[in-house]
Design a protein around this ligand. Structure first.
Ligand code: NDP
Length: 257
């Protein structure tokens, strides 16, 4: 091929691949799922409760001429996760796993019940363990397999009123680095993204003044968008990111450096 001819595969570097995106019914997961489809990947669109939103994500993926399907699961439930992996193989063996599903939580640690604490850890951290463990038998078959974990800036810096969430996300970061070491010999890269404040349903508990205060404190002076986070995930999913593993990419407008 001449140096000046456009590369036919460059626009769809993930053609023929299958990706699982947890929590893809809305928010960041939805943007990642659609971005993966735009790059040619078949996408298993996981959701928990919002079936109609997941169907909308599937339709947006199908617009790119790939295969996509919505799969329901509670990612904190081992049996559900096994079903999620099995159902995703209908699209072909998954070689990209985006662990994105998560829930935020706000409240004083001293008032938090044990059940609530355990639930936050289960949905944000145990889910990453369950999905990754279930995916490894498929991921290991591909030479450019990817795991991308959506952590949080709070997992690095901590956050008052969000201690359980921050602890879970800090766990995701330590898990990411550990798995990067453990899975390197299988050519599976494992990286994390640590978003700052991203404008999704998750920010609903914050009023306008609180959001304005976050913007004020952010060097780039705005909230993040789902596309900002998706861009980092798509970069890590690309075959060109083959030599990047065990890293945490901050997507926070400079709020945490
Ligand atoms: P949203 O609240 O918009 O979406 C959350 C997603 O997680 C939904 O798809 C939801 O499914 C799914 N989900 C929730 N609970 C469960 C469960 N028990 N089992 C399976 N799926 C579940 O969140 P965001 O898009 O904002 O967040 C995505 C990720 O990014 C999360 O991990 C979050 O912690 C992280 N993050 C977000 C930030 C932000 O400011 N928005 C900042 C830092 C990190 P359904 O729609 O079916 O209920």
């Amino acid at each position: 091929m001449s140096q000046h001819q456009p590369c036919q595969n460059c626009a769809r570097p993930l053609a023929g691949r299958t990706a699982i995106v947890t929590g893809a019914s809305r928010g960041i997961g939805r943007a990642i799922a659609i971005g993966l489809a735009a790059r040619g990947a078949n996408v298993a669109v996981h959701y928990h409760r919002q079936a109609s939103l997941a169907a909308e994500t599937v339709n947006a993926c199908l617009d790119y001429g790939v295969r996509a399907t919505a799969i329901q699961a509670d990612v904190a439930n081992e049996t559900d996760v096994a079903g999620l992996l099995l159902a995703s193989t209908e699209l072909g063996p998954p070689s990209i796993l985006i662990n994105n599903a998560g829930i935020a939580d706000y409240g004083l640690a001293m008032e938090m019940s044990l059940a609530r604490f355990q639930h936050i850890l289960a949905v944000n951290l145990t889910s990453v363990f369950l999905c990754t463990r279930a995916a490894i038998p498929y991921l290991r078959r591909h030479p450019h397999a990817r795991v991308v974990n959506i952590a949080s800036m709070h997992g690095i810096a901590g956050a008052a009123m969000e201690a359980a969430y921050a602890a879970a996300k800090g766990g995701v970061i330590a898990w990411t680095k550990s798995l990067a070491k453990e899975l390197a010999s299988l050519h599976i890269t494992v990286n994390a993204i640590a978003p700052g404040a991203i404008d999704t349903d998750m920010l609903a508990p914050f009023d306008a003044d609180e959001k304005a205060a976050i913007v004020e404190a952010t060097p780039l002076h705005r909230l993040g968008s789902v596309k900002d986070v998706a861009a980092a995930a798509l970069f890590l999913a690309d075959p060109a990111a083959d030599f990047i593993t065990g890293q945490v990419i901050g997507v926070n407008g400079g709020l945490l450096m």
